[in-house]
Design a protein around this ligand. Structure first.
Ligand SMILES: [Zn+2]
Length: 164
């Protein structure tokens, strides 16, 4: 998926799940990181490594579980907690950043393959839609997918009430 697709999806899905704007925002910030880290580590040689170890769910899931349950005590971060600089809110934001990375991997698994148990083998994924052959451009399938999930999430979020 493209970067904008990941970011919109992460914000809306995590917002609908948690009704927390900080959680949604940090999910958005993590939304493109698994791709960004490939540029940081491998630079122009990244294509050989694309969607391999950086798209293995294990480190992202471990980071989320640790930050959420150990650091944040299982609590979703709130705006007031952040304003008060409470440690659990900061841990909570880190947790949702990791969850944003995890959602990125899931999003990519909807339009291709990502590793499952072995980080250098692409094993797991569906082809719900095709990616555009031009980098950074959203294909029609991706547009529909992102719009469908985003609008569903928006509906769920609104029906649960917007809570900051
Ligand atoms: Zn990716």
């Amino acid at each position: 998926m493209t970067g904008p697709g990941h970011r919109v999806l992460n914000f809306m899905v995590l917002g609908a799940l948690t009704r927390s704007v900080p959680a949604a925002l940090f999910g958005l910030l993590g939304g493109a990181f698994p791709d960004t880290v490939e540029y940081l580590i491998w630079g122009s040689g990244r294509n050989r490594h694309h969607r391999r170890s950086s798209h293995w769910f294990v480190p992202w899931l471990a980071g989320f579980l640790f930050c959420f349950f150990v650091g944040a005590g299982g609590r979703v971060p709130t705006l007031s907690g952040l304003v008060g600089a409470r440690a659990e809110a900061v841990w909570g934001c880190a947790a949702f950043w990791f969850l944003g990375c995890l959602l990125h991997v899931l999003g990519d698994a909807c339009c291709g393959k990502v590793p499952l148990f072995v980080p250098w083998r692409k094993k797991f994924g569906l082809r719900l839609f095709e990616m555009s052959p031009r980098r950074g451009e959203m294909s029609r399938g991706e547009w529909f997918f992102v719009a469908f999930v985003t609008l569903s999430a928006l509906g769920a979020w609104l029906s649960r009430g917007v809570v900051l």
